[in-house]
Design a binder for this molecule. Structure first.
Ligand SMILES: Cc1ncc(COP(=O)(O)O)c(C=O)c1O
Length: 483
């Protein structure tokens, strides 16, 4: 096969040509190349954006049956990331993950996955009617953070569930930690199971030699990346890559078609083409620069008294390495929670982090940042650091309660539901996914029995100032149960 020209920009070019060509539009979208957009909105964002908001015109190809500009753009992306096939998603990694699960698991099929998966994986399980077999991740007790899966944990599960249909893994975690994915893939392939990897936070891995190795290189069969999170694509833009003969690419195409819009936004799609072009042509230089200044400022952050910086100093099976561009700090010794520090940085310094939790605050550093951004963060933190430490912010979470699945998540999610007071919910089947932060691991998913331990855990997280996603209201007064 002739090598592909990574200088090419097929979708961007096609869209630009068409947007600049005069036309009398009798097609959707109804704003007709910006003519029907409210003037104030158009003035704010400029006319070019609306001229480029075009539908699936012949020159622009079709996302669900690509043979032109989209096909070419996806081929170039596959070539760059080292996949056999790549699909663009305009509904984030969320759609990619749901499609990957649908493509590998049918009704009643078992899928092995870590408990600390993103809710998109649970959504995929609900859509597919699959049965989740959870793998307990390693926990870093000092940080209350879930890490990767130990190979032994997967090995035992594979032996116990030799009828499973797929393995789903996270690489890296939200906090940038990677486990021994290569070993986990080998074990899964030994059992002839395809491995789906949620690499939502790892699209940049191929572009610096010292970053963790990318999931495709480590042998994963389907890899889903949020190009919008770490690289230069617009929000919602993601890629699904595949390789090997354990999965059927046709199924992935069909499943993406099941869950994505038939009117994909071409500005979003073109931004994926543009992000690929950027990484192919200047990505390594950009990442080298990000690497240099991030390491420089990580060293400086480490010197701030009372500030702890998440690092993988001793690699172990659940945590082989950390992506240093994900900065997570803990200032509990300053007597401050992650939420308080987040508010303070925003209000006093106009610095906004990615993810606050009770104990930590995480920052994404990417090709969009410059050294001066980290200099500003460093200066703010130096100014905030107390000279005398106060009472450390106390936080002790109990061990996560064990769970029992009484019916498939799909049956529970689609069943008639009712809201009951929390004390009456005990012993009933949860209809919702309840995920406390910290530790960001679901305590209950649809179909699991609500236990006193689960309620006690959720109550404790709230009492410490944490949050719970999936509650019917902000307090833990009522829970949705299967009727
Ligand atoms: C680990 C992980 N997986 C998947 C997703 C979903 O990605 P997207 O926002 O691209 O749909 C997220 C989003 O935060 C995530 O953190």
């Amino acid at each position: 096969m002739a090598s592909l020209d990574q200088q090419d920009l097929p979708l961007v070019k096609a869209l630009k040509n068409l947007a600049q060509r005069p036309d009398t539009p009798f097609y959707a979208p109804g704003h007709k190349r910006g003519q029907g957009i409210a003037p104030a909105f158009k003035q704010w964002l400029g006319p070019a954006l609306f001229q480029a908001d075009l539908p699936e015109l012949p020159e622009l190809d079709n996302l669900f049956a690509p043979s032109g500009a989209i096909a070419k753009a996806q081929e170039l992306a596959a070539d760059l990331w080292g996949a056999e096939r790549t699909w663009f998603s305009v509904n984030g990694s969320t759609a990619g993950i749901v499609a990957a699960i649908l493509a590998t698991c049918g009704d009643g099929d078992k899928i092995l996955l870590p408990r600390n998966v993103h809710q998109a994986a649970i959504a995929g399980i609900i859509h597919a009617g699959a049965v989740p077999i959870f793998l307990e991740p390693e926990i870093n007790p000092d940080w209350d953070l879930a890490l990767g899966i130990r190979p032994e944990t997967l090995c035992q599960a594979l032996q116990k569930h030799d009828d499973a249909k797929a393995v789903f893994l996270l690489h890296p975690t939200y906090h940038g930690v990677v486990g021994d994915l290569q070993k986990l893939v080998e074990l899964s392939h030994g059992a002839k199971l395809p491995v789906i990897v949620d690499e939502a936070h790892g699209g940049h891995f191929p572009f610096h030699p010292l970053l963790p190795r990318p999931a495709l290189e480590l042998g994963a069969d389907i890899v889903v990346q949020s190009t919008h999170k770490m690289l230069g694509a617009l929000s919602q833009c993601a890629m699904v890559h595949s390789q090997g003969n354990l999965i059927n690419p046709q199924r992935i195409s069909q499943c993406l078609q099941l869950i994505q819009s038939t009117s994909p936004n071409y500005v979003l799609l073109a931004s994926l083409d543009s992000a690929r072009h950027q990484m192919a042509n200047v990505g390594r230089e950009m990442m080298a620069e990000v690497w240099e200044f991030t390491l420089h400022y990580r060293q400086k952050l480490e010197q701030i008294p009372g500030l702890n910086l998440l690092a993988v100093t001793q690699s172990g099976p659940g945590a082989l390495a950390l992506d240093p561009t994900r900065i997570t700090i803990d200032v509990t010794q300053w007597g401050m929670s992650g939420f308080e520090l987040d508010d303070c940085l925003r209000e006093k310094f106009q610095i906004t982090a990615e993810l606050p939790t009770l104990r930590q605050l995480s920052f994404i550093v990417s090709i969009g940042n410059q050294a001066q951004d980290l200099a500003r963060l460093l200066e703010a933190l130096i100014r905030l650091a107390p000279t005398n430490f106060q009472q450390p912010f106390q936080l002790t979470l109990p061990a996560l309660p064990s769970t029992i699945l009484a019916m498939t998540p799909r049956r529970a999610a689609y069943a008639a539901q009712k809201l009951v007071p929390v004390n009456e919910a005990i012993g009933q089947i949860s209809a919702s996914l309840l995920c406390p932060y910290p530790p960001g691991i679901p305590v209950l998913i649809p179909g699991e029995i609500i236990t006193p331990e689960a309620i006690a855990f959720l109550t404790k997280v709230l009492s410490l100032g944490g949050t719970i996603s999936g509650l019917a209201n902000e307090e833990l007064t009522h829970l949705a149960v299967v009727n």
